[in-house]
Ligand binder design. Structure first.
Ligand code: SF4
Length: 260
């Protein structure tokens, strides 16, 4: 992929998710962020957003009330969010929207019962921006508690075995851009297994995390501006199930994108 336009304005403002996308597959980044073809949500993305929205609503009101909403009420908010999200998903034959809804309800209830009562939120869904190593950045911080700990809530199909580099990179970025952030972080992963699970992992942003952030943003920006992009058919996300650009990718670059 070698378009002819100049570099002005390309990758002017980056975010951790843009860099993660670029590192995973440069062509996917090109489709999504450079020529801005909408990334049609998969069921996985839709469920993640539908779980995230009601939990954020709970914590936003808790800043003033210091009380959680009743679990049942938050599950109802999830159902409303899911009803809207599912409209945009082209479900595959082996996916059952009702089953996904039940899984989402169970995960939201679990989080509200087991984790939410111990969280004292200071800020929710905060837009942050700034500059690191000469690169302008922006992003959204899920949750900052009163102790300055950044809390990120994820959904996953399997239990995490450690903190992924992509999460360390994201949190290290936000720790530098968020006023009041202490450098402590927590990753709460809601696991979509048959019996819904919840894994909480704490970590501190290290000197190595900060170094990675300092080094990778300028490198990513430089590579994006070179406008020579390689598809990554070896990526774990490279499949018809997980990449909505697969048809165009096959058309322009040949080969066959695997089913799942
Ligand atoms: S189908 Fe695979 S190689 Fe093509 S854009 Fe998507 S992730 Fe990249």
């Amino acid at each position: 992929m070698t378009p002819s336009s100049g570099q002005a304005g390309i990758a002017e403002v980056l975010s951790p998710s843009q860099v993660r996308c670029f590192m995973d597959c440069q062509v996917r980044w090109w489709f999504k962020y450079r020529i801005k073809i909408p990334d049609q949500p998969t069921s996985k993305m839709a469920l993640g957003r539908a779980i995230h929205a009601p939990l954020a609503q709970n914590f936003a009101q808790k800043i003033d009330t210091h009380e959680d909403l009743p679990s049942f009420g938050v599950v109802c908010l999830f159902r409303e969010a899911w009803a809207m999200e599912r409209e945009q998903v082209d479900f595959r034959d082996d996916e059952d929207p009702h089953e996904l809804e039940c899984c989402g309800e169970a995960l939201v209830a679990k989080y509200m019962d087991q984790v939410a009562p111990r969280i004292e939120p200071a800020a929710v869904e905060t837009r942050v921006e700034g500059e690191i190593a000469g690169v302008r950045l922006q992003g959204w911080v899920d949750l900052l508690d009163v102790h300055g700990c950044i809390i990120d809530i994820k959904t996953s199909a399997r239990k995490p075995s450690g903190i992924d580099p992509e999460h360390r990179f994201q949190i290290a970025t936000y720790a530098q851009l968020t006023p009041g952030a202490s450098g402590e972080a927590r990753l709460d992963t809601l696991v979509k297994t048959k019996t819904p699970n919840l894994v909480t992992q704490r970590f501190s942003v290290s000197a190595q995390d900060l170094l990675a952030v300092q080094r990778l943003y300028p490198l990513a920006q430089q590579a994006m501006r070179s406008e020579n992009f390689m598809p990554n058919r070896l990526s774990l996300s490279c499949s018809r199930r997980n990449c909505s650009y697969w048809r165009r990718c096959e058309r322009e670059l040949g080969g066959e994108v695997p089913e799942s």
